[in-house]
Design a binder for this molecule. Sequence first.
Ligand SMILES: Cc1cc2nc3c(=O)[nH]c(=O)nc-3n(C[C@H](O)[C@H](O)[C@H](O)COP(=O)(O)OP(=O)(O)OC[C@H]3O[C@@H](n4cnc5c(N)ncnc54)[C@H](O)[C@@H]3O)c2cc1C
Length: 319
Amino acid sequence: RLFPGVTVVPPGALRPGSGSHYRVFSPYWRAWSATARRPVLGAPHRLCLPPGVDPGVDPGVDPGVLPEASPEPYGVVRGGESEARRRLERWVGDGLASYGETRDRMAGRTSMLSAYLHFGCLSPSEVVDRACGRPGGEEYVRQLCWRDFHYQVVDAFPDMGRRDYRPRNVEWRRDEEAEAAWREGATGVPIVDAGMRQLRAEGWMHNRVRLVTGSYLTKRLGIDWRAGLEHFAEWLLDGDMPNNCGNWQWVAGTGNDTRPYRTLNPLRQAKRFDPEGEYVRRYVPELAALPGDLVHEPWKVRGGVPGYPSAPLGGELRA
Ligand SMILES: Cc1cc2nc3c(=O)[nH]c(=O)nc-3n(C[C@H](O)[C@H](O)[C@H](O)COP(=O)(O)OP(=O)(O)OC[C@H]3O[C@@H](n4cnc5c(N)ncnc54)[C@H](O)[C@@H]3O)c2cc1C
C-alpha cells in the first residue's frame, strides 16, 4: 500500500479552475492553506517483510565511489531521523519566532532542515504541524508551501530540469572561464564569491544568497541556468530535483516568477542583507580585514586587495 508523504499536499491534489496545475504561487498558497492536513502518525511498532525476502547484508559504502566531498558537510552534522527531530525541536524553541524578521539575513541561520526533508528523515507534515499556530509559524509554513508548489509544477511539467517552463527565447552565453570563476567563488563580487564558497564548504547556501548567485549567473553573466542547476545539484546536500529546477528557472525568469525580468543587484542585496559584511568576511578571508562597506566593494581599495580579483566579472557594480 502506498501513502503520500513526500509533500504536505500531494502533487495534483489541488487544481485551479482551469489547467492541470498552479503556475503562480499566491493562489496555490491560498488553496493549500485551506486544505485539511493528514494526521501525523507515529512510526509503526514493527515492520514485517513479505515472506521469502532475504534482507541480505548491508553492503556499506565503498569510499572509492564517492564524489569529491565538501570539507565541512553541513557544518559537520549528523544525518538521520533522531538528529532531524532534535534540530526541529531546537528550531521551534529558539529560531521560529524571529523567522519573519531574520530569514533574509545572510550571516544568520534559518532552520536548516532542507536536507533532512530531502532525504525523508523528517515528514514535512510533521514540520508544518509543529510550526503552525506559533509566532513566526505562518511565514515559515509559507516557505514549506513553496516546496510543495515546485513538486506540483514538476509533476505537471516533468521536463523542468531540461527545458524552459516559460520559454523566453534567451540566447544564453557559453563562457567556460566565467562559469569556472562563478563555481569557484572567484568572480570579484564578494557576496557571490562568499555564497559559492559556502556551498562547497558546507553543502548548503543561504536562500537569499542562492537567489543572488543565481541571478548573477543568469541575468548578469547571461549564462544558461542549466549550468547553475548542475553545479548546485552536485554540491547541495538538499539538492532536490523539483526545488532546484523550480528555483533556478524562477531566478532565470523562465519559470514561475510573475516578474521574470527582475534582476537582483548583488551589491544592493549585500548592503541590505549583510550590512556589517559578516557573511562575506566568514567565507572570503582575503577581504576579512577590510573596514566597513569596503568589504562589499573591494575594487575601491587603492592598489587592490592581494589575492582577490581587482574588478568584478561582468563589469562595474553600483548599489
Ligand atoms: C537557485 C536556488 C536553488 C535552490 N535549490 C534547492 C534545492 O535543491 N533543494 C531545496 O530544498 N531547496 C532549494 N532552494 C530553496 C531554498 O534556498 C532552500 O530550501 C533553503 O535555503 C533551505 O534552508 P532551510 O531549511 O534553512 O530553509 P528555511 O528558510 O528554514 O525554510 C524551511 C523549509 O522551507 C522550504 N523552502 C524554503 N524556501 C524554499 C524555496 N524557495 N523553494 C522551495 N522550498 C523552500 C525548504 O524545505 C526549507 O527547508 C533553492 C533556492 C534557490 C534560489
